[in-house]
Design a protein. Structure first.
Length: 126
């Protein structure tokens, strides 16, 4: 049973950006994550150890935002996606990262990126 774990509106503070002031002062970011995986084991047992713990995923993603630094939101999103994909149960992950106070002229609520990582299809047995 393929399914999706959805995390919405995770907020974390970090130093990511191209401009010197973005790297000198932490700013708020917001994340959404969609994890595709087989939910059947968890459905059958009703046990969190048979699924991906979304609390642990949220903590990990927040830690990446808070402790690492990237110039581009694309790189930040990719780092989060690669970390989530370290769990072999995750078939794919989509990560959306939004900078909530982008340094641009005008009234812009946020600027962001969304990317998806998928496991390559399994090839035929050798």
């Amino acid at each position: 049973m393929s399914g999706r774990i959805e995390l919405r509106g995770l907020r974390a503070v970090g130093t990511h950006g191209v401009l010197p002031e973005e790297l000198a002062r932490a700013q708020p970011f917001e994340l959404d994550l969609d994890l595709e995986l087989d939910l059947e084991p968890a459905v059958a047992t009703d046990d969190v150890t048979d699924t991906v713990d979304y609390g642990a995923v949220a903590e990990m993603a927040g830690r990446v935002v808070a402790t690492e630094s990237f110039r581009l939101l694309e790189s930040l999103a990719a780092r989060i996606a690669d970390t989530v994909m370290a769990d072999p149960r995750v078939e794919s992950v989509t990560v959306a990262v939004r900078k909530l106070h982008p340094p641009v002229a005008g009234d812009l609520a946020s600027a962001g990126v969304r990317l998806t990582r998928r496991r390559p299809p399994a090839g035929p047995p050798s």
